[in-house]
Design a protein around this ligand. Structure first.
Ligand SMILES: *Cc1c(COP(=O)(O)O)cnc(C)c1O
Length: 372
């Protein structure tokens, strides 16, 4: 691509169903006069997601941040000390802080960019009162869940996974949303599967699901008031978007796989001195949610970013800064996360992006690597 494109190429473009399909749901919802509060569309989406993910204990909610906050309450972690990764979107941290938790960072593994179990173990040694661990299945890749769960149970703590990126990923044959005491997902418009705004919580038992139903709807059912709750319900219009998109997820993942392979080939990622890809753990069936690249130095990352921006291509620095660097948290340094945050860039990726784009973007990056 020699010229600058007129419309910027963003890191992603929201997935949409054919307008008529969505409008026919909207018409149906209008006719019913039932817009929220456990309506037919929310119930149907919940049922279809349980089937799709083979996760019988799934609860929908208004967004991925509230999914985290409700889960913290469900697991009794609010107000407690919780160990988390510094390499994630800021919502992982704000959910903790909003629930009055005391966050303690454990650094990441430089290959997977997920929380490093060894560092979690060391953090438990320094903070034996930590009641939980909140790892992130970053980019839809997976943490070392087996080691983490073992360390956690030894410490008498619970694991809550922020699996906001993990929709459609599978680990050891089951959904990556089906690990830990609970896993949360985000259905935000920019995510692989979405409901415009939305999210879900997957747990391992029906009692949790019932508790979550109360937590997300003011703590009452009809005229019976049981507990403290908040409003974290999903509306019918949001659920309708999810129902229109869910049947397309298979194709979406397949298309993303093809585009990622095109990037891999054009960037020669197996044998490139300037950059590498994060490592996926053994046993993972990845959802191709993002296309992150780790440059050999911050300077090379900067060169790539400048060259792409000059052509109106806008990769994103997911995830920069390392949350350990935020002005409103006080924490020891996390050298690996802080280093990775300076070197990582997510390249544009969405299911129906033009097939030639990965090669063009790769060419711009490769040319930039050797510029003075
Ligand atoms: C998107 C995201 C969230 C927040 O989800 P929302 O639905 O936008 O509230 C939380 N954690 C991570 C890692 C995310 O990427």
């Amino acid at each position: 691509m020699k010229q600058k494109t007129d419309t910027p190429i963003e890191v992603t473009s929201c997935l949409l169903p054919p307008l008529e399909e969505y409008l026919s749901c909207v018409k149906d919802i209008f006719n019913s006069h039932w817009l929220t509060n456990g309506g037919r569309y929310v119930l149907r989406l919940e049922r279809e997601l349980k089937n799709y993910l083979d996760a019988p204990c799934l609860s929908l909610c208004a967004n991925g941040t509230l999914a985290l906050q409700l889960s913290l309450r469900l697991l009794g972690l609010n107000g407690k000390k919780v160990i988390l990764t510094p390499f994630t979107y800021v919502a992982t941290l704000t959910a903790l802080l909003w629930e009055g938790c005391q966050p303690v960072f454990a650094d990441i593994d430089s290959q997977t960019l997920c929380i490093d179990p060894e560092k979690v173990e060391r953090t438990f040694a320094e903070h034996p009162d930590a009641a939980g661990v909140l790892p992130v299945q970053v980019y839809g890749g997976a943490c070392d869940v087996v080691t983490l769960d073992a360390i956690c149970s030894k410490a008498g703590a619970v694991t809550l996974y922020d699996a906001a990126h993990a929709f459609g990923s599978k680990l050891y044959g089951k959904s990556l949303l089906d690990y830990g005491a609970a896993s949360t997902c985000s259905f935000h418009a920019t995510k692989l599967f979405h409901t415009v705004e939305g999210g879900c919580i997957v747990t391992s038992n029906q009692a949790d699901t019932e508790q979550l139903e109360l937590l997300r709807a003011f703590g009452h059912k009809g005229d019976d008031y049981y507990s403290l709750g908040i409003n974290a319900k999903m509306s019918e219009l949001h659920a309708a978007m999810g129902l229109c998109l869910l049947p397309r997820v298979g194709e979406v993942i397949a298309a993303r796989a093809t585009l990622c392979a095109a990037y891999d080939e054009a960037l020669d990622v197996g044998d490139n001195l300037y950059l590498r890809r994060p490592r996926l753990i053994e046993g993972l069936e990845w959802n191709y949610a993002y296309y992150p690249v780790i440059f050999a130095s911050p300077d090379l990352r900067q060169k790539a970013q400048v060259a792409l921006t000059a052509r109106n291509i806008r990769p994103r620095r997911y995830f920069h800064p390392s949350l350990s660097k935020l002005p409103y948290v006080k924490t020891p340094a996390c050298p690996v996360a802080e280093d990775m945050a300076e070197r990582v860039l997510c390249l544009p990726l969405w299911a129906d992006m033009p097939g030639e784009l990965p090669a063009e973007i790769a060419a711009i990056i490769l040319a930039a690597m050797t510029e003075a």
